[in-house]
Design a binder for this molecule. Structure first.
Ligand code: BES
Ligand code: MN
Ligand code: ZN
Length: 497
């Protein structure tokens, strides 16, 4: 779908999208079209429950005396409630009504609205962003595509005053959407297509955007002493990889910020094998790495003025004659030893080495890691919040605030000595599982043992990486949760504005 911007005009073909607020009042273009269509819109409203509320809409087909194929009237709700997120939802909603309607072009007529705090061009850009986010569709493996579900819309034209402003406001948002789409693609791909080397290859493609990409194979990682990560991959026929991506958008002497992602391209549980039901979901156990790769794409795409490092640890967790056993003791790159009690608690083993490597090599200002780390976080927070664990209150506030701004919400959970003790082992420096309680917290405590004094946040995204239902700007499937959040964190706090 192409999205273009133009100054206001009266469309004469395709679909016209016009608006009303919750007083039931038509905005200018709605009134004009109503007049041109001899009151068809007013009559349609009278014959319906449409009151201009947010989420309400009404379609008028082939109005006599206007040449349009249809008019879509969309409710905006109260003018004072219209903000970035609301405008994005409206865009998403518009797309759901016309994206696969059979129409190929639409004109969204964004008029000035009394009592709104945003500029019209900003509203227009955010409607476009929401529509693009909602238009995502992963159907490359369907050979017989159902005609009704097929996207038909080729051009979405947004018209408003100062449309050049709207167009330039949309640019960076559109680049973030590219990163979101990449992350969604990566988690949606099946695990026979995405495995450590093929995922590393997808990351390599970012070099086109000016990202420096390095890939470490098993030999290099063995030299570096990454026994924790390598142990997880040792039962797999696929070679484990670590990918280091660097985007230098700021001055040479500005130390980088770092993002680290768990990339288990398939998690069977290993010898501590998972039950069969739902195991296919474990294709998206590389969600954290997908987000870090998508985020690098977003930041490079919009040429963010910041130095960023993205590191992803890529492994496949398989049972095999050569697989790691419960009871094995591995030595991590940090030198600390780990007793592997449960081979299904593998994400933390991968991150242990990825985090230590990142701290030691880059000495970043801070690290944020993302991981589909624990089933326990789904028990705690369902799909409503991701779990946040951090050793730094400033970073905490910034992340919480960014999350609210982009509707990728976080909830902070505690860390503490009492929880840390739960992963002490008699046989090694630590074990990879705690007791029965606080499973997400003991997982976070484990990670904390590998980051030293660096400001750090861990985001457990197990509950939010895959959505079972359609949301306004997130179709069901891979959500890319974290790309928008961290792009916003960077934009609001780390671009030296
Ligand atoms: N990848 C899983 C966590 C997960 C579960 C993600 C469900 C998404 C949906 C992780 O590797 C895992 O298996 N965790 C175990 C840890 C346990 C063995 C201590 C879990 O949560 O059961
Ligand atoms: Mn597991
Ligand atoms: Zn896992």
């Amino acid at each position: 779908m192409k999205i273009v911007f133009a100054n206001p005009f009266m469309p004469s073909t395709g679909v016209a999208v016009v608006f009303a607020t919750d007083t039931g009042r038509f905005l200018t273009s709605a009134s004009k079209l109503d007049t041109a269509a001899k009151g068809a819109l007013t009559r349609a409203v009278k014959g319906s429950k449409f009151r201009g509320r947010k989420g309400q809409s009404l379609t008028v087909m082939a109005p006599a005396s206007a040449k349009l194929n249809r008019i879509l009237l969309v409710g905006l709700g109260k003018a004072k409630d219209i903000d970035e997120l609301a405008a994005q939802s409206v865009g998403g909603e518009i797309y759901t009504h016309i994206g696969s309607s059979g129409q190929t072009s639409a004109n969204v007529m964004v008029d000035e609205i009394d009592g709104v705090s945003m500029k019209t061009a900003e509203i227009a850009a955010n409607i476009a962003y929401g529509a693009r986010l909602r238009s995502y569709c992963f159907d490359k493996y369907l050979t017989k595509k159902r005609a009704e579900a097929q996207p038909s819309l080729k051009t979405l034209r947004i018209t408003c005053v100062r449309s050049l402003n709207a167009k330039s406001l949309f640019q960076p948002l559109n680049r973030v959407a590219d990163g979101i789409f990449m992350a969604r693609d990566l988690v949606s791909e099946p695990p026979n297509v995405i495995y450590p080397q093929s995922l590393a290859q997808r990351a390599r493609e970012l070099s086109k955007l000016g990202v420096k990409v390095e890939v470490l194979g098993e030999a290099k990682m063995r030299k570096l002493g990454m026994g924790a990560l390598l142990g997880v991959g040792q039962g797999s026929a696929r070679e484990s990889q670590m990918v280091i991506m660097r985007w230098n958008g700021a001055g040479k002497d500005s130390s980088p910020i770092a993002f680290v992602g768990k990339g288990v391209t398939f998690d069977t549980g290993g010898i501590s094998i998972k039950p069969a039901g739902g195991m296919e979901d474990m294709k998206w156990d590389m969600g954290g790495s997908g987000v870090v790769i998508g985020l690098m794409r977003a930041l490079a795409g919009r040429k963010a003025r910041v130095n960023v490092v993205g590191v992803v640890g890529l492994v496949e967790n398989m049972p095999d004659g050569n697989a790691q056993r419960p009871g094995d003791i591995v030595t991590s790159m940090s030198g600390q030893t780990i007793e592997v009690i449960n081979t299904d608690a593998e994400g933390r083993l991968v991150l242990a080495d990825a985090l230590h490597y990142t701290v030691e090599r880059f000495k970043p200002k801070f690290i944020v890691d993302l991981a589909t780390l624990t089933g326990a976080i789904i028990v705690s927070l369902a799909d409503q919040y991701a779990g946040l664990f951090t050793n730094n209150d400033t970073l905490c506030d910034r992340l919480l605030t960014a999350g609210i701004a982009v509707n990728e919400r976080l909830w902070r959970l505690p860390l503490g000595d009492g929880y840390d003790k739960m992963i002490n082992s008699d046989a090694a420096d630590m074990k990879n599982v705690g007791g029965r309680g606080g499973g997400s917290i003991t997982a976070a405590q484990f990670l904390q043992r590998f980051i030293g004094a660096t400001p750090w946040a861990h985001i457990d995204i197990a509950g939010v990486t895959w959505s079972k239902r359609n949301l306004d700007t997130v179709p069901k499937g891979g959500t890319a949760f974290g790309v928008r959040l961290l792009d916003r964190l960077v934009a609001d706090y780390y671009e030296g504005k």
